[in-house]
Ligand binder design. Structure first.
Ligand code: PMP
Length: 382
C-alpha cells in the first residue's frame, strides 16, 4: 500500500526520557486531592455501559462554573480535538480560515490536515493587532471574507493577551464567520475570558483546555463555550462516546478543585514565570517578551538550535519557535518550577555569555515558596 506523505501533521520523536519538559506548556505538579476525587467519581461508574455518551453532566458542570448552559457547551478530547471539531463542522476546502502570526502551529497543522485553506496575516510590532490591520485582514486579495477567524488569548507562543475590542470587532465585521478564541492559557493570565464580551456575539466560540492550568493533560479534555446551535453542530462531528466515562470522571474531579487551591497553584506559576523572565532578561543581549501565560518567549544572539542543545545538556527541553516569521532565534520555555528555571538560566547564560551564571541560576533547587524565590530573583537591567 502506498503510504501518503503525512509530514504536514508534524510529530516529534526526539529522546525526552529523564529531561524536564519545558516545551509542552503543561503545569508542574498534580493538584492536591485530585486522585481521591477521581476515585470517588470512578466508584459511581458502571464501566460495562457506554455511560453519559454526550457528556451532558460534565457539560452542565462546566456551564455552572463558567457560565451559560450545557447546550452552550461542547466537550472533546482536548482543546486540539475541539479545534478539529470546529474545522470538521465549519471548515473544508470550500471554506476559508484566517489566523495571525505568530500563532499556534497546532492549528496550522490541523487546517492543513483537514483541508481548510488558512490565510496567515502578520501581526504588528510587539505582536499587536490594531483595528486597521484587522480590517484589512478580514478581506483577502480578492475581497473574500473568511468563514473562520482564529485568535489565541493569551497567544501561543507570544504570551500576549488579545484585546477584547479586537475580538468584538472581528465578530461584528465578519458576522457570517465563526470567530474562535483559543483560551488554552487564560487562567494563567488573570484576565477576563472573551466570553465576558457584552453583548455576547452569537458568532463567538471560546475554546478552553483542562491540560494547562487545570493540570490534567493526561486525561485529554477541552471544551468550547458558544451559541447552542454552534455547539450542537460541533457535537455532530463526534463519534458516540468520544469523551470516555473515565475521561469525564477525571474532568469532574479536576473541576472540583477548591478555588483557593487553584489560585495558590496559579500564583506560584506566575511567580516562577516572573523569575524566569527576569533571570533571562538579566543575561546580556537576551530579549524577553512579557507573558500572560505559563511560558516565556525569548530571543538570544545564538541560533535557537544551539539554545535547545545547551538546555538539553542542562537536562531541560525547551521549544524552538524560530521558524515563524518575526521569531528568528526565538525559543519558548514553560514554567516548570525553580529547579527547571535555574537549569534554563544556567544553560542560556553559559551559551550567550560563555560563562556560568552565579547566584539565582546556580543550579541548586530552591524552596517552592513564592516569597523565597521572589526574594532570590534577578531583576532585568533597565
Ligand atoms: N491551543 C493551544 C494554544 C495550545 O498551545 C495547545 C497545546 N499546546 C492546545 C490548544 C491543545 O491542548 P490540549 O489539546 O491538550 O487541550
Amino acid at each position: 500500500v502506498g503510504v501518503p506523505d503525512l509530514s504536514v501533521l508534524g510529530g516529534r520523536d526526539e529522546e525526552t526520557v529523564g529531561l524536564i519538559r519545558m516545551d509542552l506548556n503543561t503545569a508542574p505538579g498534580e493538584p492536591a486531592g485530585l486522585r481521591e476525587r477521581f476515585e470517588r467519581e470512578l466508584a459511581g461508574l458502571d464501566l460495562e455501559r457506554y455511560g453519559d455518551e454526550s457528556a451532558s453532566i460534565l457539560r452542565g458542570r462546566i456551564a455552572s462554573r463558567r457560565g451559560g448552559t450545557a447546550e452552550q457547551t461542547f466537550v472533546a478530547g482536548g482543546s486540539m480535538a475541539v479545534l478539529q471539531a470546529v474545522l470538521l463542522a465549519f471548515g473544508g476546502s470550500e471554506r476559508r480560515a484566517l489566523a495571525f502570526l505568530p500563532g499556534y502551529s497546532g492549528l496550522h497543522r490541523l487546517c492543513a490536515a483537514l483541508g481548510t485553506p488558512l490565510r496567515l496575516e502578520a501581526r504588528g510590532p510587539a505582536f499587536a493587532l490594531d483595528a486597521q490591520m484587522l480590517e484589512s485582514a478580514l478581506r483577502d486579495d480578492e475581497g473574500y471574507a473568511p468563514d473562520l477567524v482564529f485568535f489565541c488569548h493569551p497567544g501561543n507562543p507570544t504570551g500576549r493577551p488579545e484585546d477584547p475590542a479586537t475580538v468584538e470587532a472581528a465578530c461584528r465585521r465578519a458576522p457570517g464567520a465563526l470567530v474562535v478564541v483559543d483560551e488554552a492559557y487564560l487562567e494563567f493570565s488573570g484576565l477576563d475570558s472573551m466570553d465576558a464580551i457584552e453583548p455576547r456575539p452569537s458568532n463567538l466560540l471560546v475554546v478552553r483546555s483542562f491540560s494547562k492550568a487545570m493540570a490534567l493533560a493526561g486525561a485529554r479534555v477541552g471544551y468550547a463555550l458558544g451559541a447552542a446551535d454552534v455547539c450542537s453542530a460541533l457535537r455532530r462531528t463526534q463519534l458516540p462516546g468520544a469523551v470516555s466515562a473515565l475521561t469525564q470522571a477525571a474532568a469532574l474531579a479536576a473541576l472540583a478543585e477548591p478555588p483557593e487551591d487553584s489560585s495558590r497553584r496559579l500564583e506560584a506559576i506566575a511567580a516562577d514565570r516572573e523569575e524566569m523572565s527576569a533571570g533571562l532578561a538579566a543575561v546580556e543581549s537576551v530579549e524577553v517578551w512579557p507573558s500572560s501565560a505559563n511560558f516565556v518567549l525569548f530571543r538570544t544572539p545564538a541560533p535557537a538550535a544551539a539554545v535547545l542543545a545547551a538546555c538539553r545538556r542542562e537536562g531541560v527541553l525547551v521549544r524552538d519557535v524560530s521558524a515563524q516569521p518575526g521569531l528568528e532565534r526565538c525559543v519558548r520555555a514553560t514554567v516548570a518550577g525553580p529547579e527547571a528555571n535555574a537549569r534554563l538560566l544556567a544553560a542560556v547564560a553559559a551559551l550567550v555569555t560563555g560563562a556560568p551564571l552565579s547566584g539565582a541560576a546556580g543550579g541548586s533547587a530552591r524552596g517552592r515558596s513564592a516569597v523565597s524565590h521572589r526574594a532570590g530573583s534577578r531583576r532585568p537591567s533597565p
